[in-house]
Write a protein that binds this ligand. Structure first.
Ligand SMILES: O=C1O[C@H](COP(=O)(O)O)[C@@H](O)[C@H](O)[C@H]1O
Length: 232
């Protein structure tokens, strides 16, 4: 399904608009379900959006925040997505939200994925809002080209919520939500910034091979349009 484009003149405008849209979706979920779940990505892109969202008026004590994916590193590590979220999103008004990490201190990433799956399975389904990023290699979440469990992770029938992922381009081993848990969210956003990522996106939209560019699996399997937020 084709994405719905939201383009902005600059990144701070994007951050504010995306924070407004996410806060509204969470508020609606709280109104209808009594609570809301937000799954966010890590990486370098979402910082300004996190800051903008953290200041929004919302019943944050009814909100659960979790991660789309995580690096298998302790929560104090510079590359930890959890650290990014704790320092930039779970502050200000959003400090009242509950955070559910994917990382745990299991002895290896496979056992950690099993544990994280149990934790995610205990959350209400579906996640209300899923925010995705995009790597210049076409990965989203930790769906990496040549990932050892890519086929399972992007299988629309995969019953497991979290899988481990190891891939040449991933750096450390990863933990990732699987495709069905992401695309079932009523609001799925792909947040990208800059000309290079726009080119990667255009390339992804122009083809079909999800093994080459795993973001394509999201476009191909989402039951509703993905909301694409972009600024130069
Ligand atoms: O490895 C990751 O990268 C993507 C994109 O990150 P960015 O630094 O290019 O914004 C991110 O969405 C994902 O959560 C992260 O683990």
């Amino acid at each position: 399904m084709s994405p719905e484009f939201h383009e902005f003149a600059d990144r701070s405008e994007l951050a504010e608009a995306l924070a407004d849209a996410v806060a509204e979706a969470l508020d609606t979920a709280i109104g209808t379900r009594g609570r809301a779940t937000l799954a966010v990505s890590g990486g370098s892109t979402p910082k300004a959006f996190f800051k903008a969202l953290s200041g929004k008026e919302l019943a944050w004590d009814q909100v659960t925040v979790t991660l789309i994916d995580e690096r298998f590193v302790p929560e104090t590590h510079e590359r930890s997505n959890q650290k990014l979220v704790v320092e930039n999103l779970l502050v200000d008004r959003a400090a009242r939200a509950r955070f559910v990490p994917l990382f745990n201190d299991a002895p290896d990433v496979h056992l950690a994925a099993d544990r994280a799956s149990g934790v995610i399975d205990a959350l209400p389904r579906p996640i209300d809002v899923a925010i995705l990023g995009l790597g210049t290699d076409g990965h989203t979440a930790s769906f990496f080209p040549d990932g050892d469990r890519l086929a399972e992770a992007i299988d629309p029938g995969m019953p497991t919520s979290v899988l481990s992922m190891e891939a040449p381009g991933a750096g450390e081993p990863r933990l990732t939500l699987t495709l069905p848990r992401i695309v079932e969210a009523p609001l799925v956003v792909l947040h990208i910034e800059g000309g290079e990522k726009r080119q990667v996106l255009d390339q992804a939209l122009a083809g079909e091979d999800a093994n080459h560019m795993p973001i394509r699996a999201v476009f191909a399997n989402a039951p509703a349009p993905i909301h694409l937020y972009w600024a130069p």
